[in-house]
Design a protein around this ligand. Structure first.
Ligand SMILES: Nc1nc2c(ncn2[C@@H]2O[C@H](COP(=O)(O)OP(=O)(O)O)[C@@H](O)[C@H]2O)c(=O)[nH]1
Ligand SMILES: [Mg+2]
Length: 241
């Protein structure tokens, strides 16, 4: 089959399979990337660089070590791409995104794929702990989302191989949504998590969403109510500031 016919067939197939939201995002993207009269090209002619908007929203998940961040991603996409467990499984940052074939990418390939995230390489050590997992899952709204799984946060002597606070703050500035996970058993009051949430909240209160994970382990009804009120307090504290 000639190449242009093949391309047309692929894009016709895409038009049928894409949802309305995906089509809108795709059209916005083409406004920027059209080779003849896209905004990126026009900007280039005027001497400055423009990045096309991302076609997906970026959701960064933060929280204490073992709060259930990676499990949430696996549940959402209905595929076990992220390791989970009580040990510190997620040491770096992993982008989990949808694509046509299942693959795992290194840090440099990740930055190549997501030029918006390139400034991350200025934080020493981060690129070595950066990866992307491309999944073919079509569950829920996954085709519209890129999740950023982050290292579990802990207090004390734990030594991170890069400045974890700086990296999370930087990613939070770029993300569309920031999900904060608190688990009832672990270390819901981890100082590092609370400080980070406070910093992010001062800049982007509208992006933050709080989740209480492992509700099934919250024990008796009275425990759950105590948790509920703890949770309400956290939410109102951060929403007021
Ligand atoms: N009971 C219960 N356990 C959970 C839930 N979500 C995660 N876990 C368990 O908690 C542990 C830590 O989860 P993980 O996703 O690795 O946490 P992360 O460090 O925040 O990524 C794992 O053993 C999970 O199986 C939940 O909703 N309920
Ligand atoms: Mg994890």
């Amino acid at each position: 089959m000639p190449k242009n016919v093949k391309q047309k067939t692929v894009s016709a197939l895409e038009d049928v399979t894409l949802t309305t939201n995906e089509k809108i995002l795709k059209e916005c993207h083409v406004l920027y990337t059209h080779p003849d009269n896209g905004l990126v090209k026009i900007a280039e002619e005027l001497g400055f660089t423009l990045l096309a908007p991302r076609k997906k929203i970026t959701v960064i998940l933060i929280g204490n070590h073992s709060a259930g961040k990676s499990s949430f991603i696996n549940w959402y996409i209905e595929e076990h791409v992220q390791r989970t467990g009580v040990a510190i499984e997620t040491q770096g940052f992993t982008f989990v995104t949808s694509g046509r074939k299942r693959e795992s990418l290194t840090g440099n390939a990740t930055l190549h794929l997501y030029p918006h995230f390139k400034p991350l390489q200025e934080i020493p050590g981060v690129v070595d702990y950066l990866a992307t997992e491309v999944s073919t899952s079509k569950q829920k709204k996954f085709s519209l989302v890129t999740f950023v799984d982050t290292p579990g946060l802990v207090d004390g002597d734990m030594k991170y191989p890069f400045d974890v606070n700086e990296a999370i703050n930087w990613l939070g500035d770029l993300a569309d949504l920031i999900f904060v996970f608190f688990d009832p058993i672990g270390q819901a009051l981890c100082k590092r998590t609370l400080n980070l949430v406070e910093e992010l909240n001062s800049r982007h209160p509208e992006r933050l969403r709080f989740y209480l994970s492992k509700a099934d382990e919250a024990g008796h009804e009275s425990d759950r109510q105590r948790l509920d009120s703890f949770f309400n307090k956290v939410e109102s504290t951060f929403q007021e500031t």
